[in-house]
Design a binder for this molecule. Structure first.
Ligand SMILES: [Zn+2]
Ligand SMILES: [Zn+2]
Length: 345
């Protein structure tokens, strides 16, 4: 990695490298739909203990459950585990342990937020039976679905996630949010209503809701990959199964990706030629778009998504402010969808 590219890493990553006490940490995620009548009290319980143990991460707590992505100093793992298991709401909760990737640390601070829902899905939970979820699939069963021409495999993640990694032959809706996805998937799958359907996502949480939503929409044969792609990778390695996931599993922490398949399946958004599955945020804070960049392009454009962003970012501050206002009002919506650079068609 050349110097300039190293320097363009996300800011969090730089902070992490600067941390003198970089202890060995285990990154994990877990979630559960469980009734939490008093999220404030529950949050405080977790916050106190996790702070004491030096855990970092991003945890959402709601009346409907918990969704946690975090790391734990490996020395404190046993204490962490016995605390979690001692909480009635969390007893026997399955952990999804992330694959260690070099020295990259997933989180560098701890935030626990109280939310309306643990995943923003835009659904009215009172309008359908959220507990009527699809049956789980193991990694081995998922492989059978992937290899079965009669079965339909659907990626329940966003386009910027499925672009860098997905199951062979999966349907990958072109959406930027889970809300949009839930809106269009029942329509997209209409012609497959009587087929066997397998859903998957990063760690399984989105499919809990999505499978119940599809069943509510009249799909009878809905299944989903238990533990998502994270757990799939573990099972493939442990049981020496065939790996049908190509590329990288996008993760929502400073690492941005976990390699599953050996190959790189996506291309640089700047040249549309070189292969790349490395995400960057445009260095121009007004833009900040998420894009895939190859080393050459990132170097040439100095970490900006295009020359225009590079030039405008060099303007004096007072012009930049004016410009930001103009940009946000007229340009952003027209050029980009949310946070991702559109691939030129
Ligand atoms: Zn390129
Ligand atoms: Zn930009």
């Amino acid at each position: 990695m050349t110097e300039i590219i190293k320097d363009l890493r996300p800011r969090v990553e730089k902070k992490i490298s600067a941390m003198a006490d970089a202890r060995s940490r285990t990154t994990l995620s877990f979630y559960r739909y469980v009734k939490i009548p008093d999220p404030v009290e529950f949050r405080q319980r977790l916050l106190t203990k996790f702070t004491e143990l030096g855990c970092f991460g991003r945890i959402y707590v709601a009346k409907e459950g918990i969704n946690a992505q975090m790391n734990v100093p490996t020395d404190n793992w046993d204490q962490f585990d016995s605390f979690v298991q001692a909480q009635a709401e969390l007893k026997n909760i399955p952990y999804k342990i992330a694959v260690a990737e070099g020295n990259l640390i997933s989180f560098y601070k701890l935030t626990i937020k109280i939310k309306e829902k643990i995943v923003a899905d835009g659904l009215d939970d009172a309008a359908f039976d959220v507990t009527d979820t699809g049956a789980y699939l193991t990694a081995k069963e998922m492989n059978e679905y992937v290899n079965d021409p009669e079965a339909i495999v659907v990626d329940m993640r966003n386009a910027y996630e499925s672009e860098v990694g997905h199951f062979k032959g999966a349907i990958k809706p072109d959406v930027d949010t889970f809300r949009e996805e839930l809106k269009i998937v029942p329509e997209m799958l209409k012609i497959h209503k009587n087929k066997k359907i397998a859903l998957y996502c990063t760690g399984g949480i989105r499919c809990e809701k999505a499978s119940a939503w599809l069943k509510h929409n009249g799909f009878k044969n809905v299944h989903h990959l238990k533990g998502g792609v994270i757990d799939y990778k573990h099972q493939v390695e442990k049981d020496k199964l065939e790996n049908n996931f190509l590329g990288t599993n996008f993760v929502f922490d400073a690492r941005l990706g976990e390699r599953v398949g050996e190959e790189i399946i996506s291309h640089c958004h700047l040249c549309n030629e070189a292969k790349s599955d490395t995400h960057y945020h445009c260095q121009n804070q007004i833009c900040h778009v998420l894009y895939l960049g190859c080393d050459d392009c990132v170097k040439q454009k100095q970490g900006y998504c295009r020359t225009w962003c590079l030039l405008t970012d060099k303007l004096p501050t007072k012009f930049k402010k004016l410009f930001a206002r103009y940009y946000n009002r007229y340009f952003r919506a027209a050029q980009f969808r949310k946070a991702r650079l559109r691939q030129s068609a």
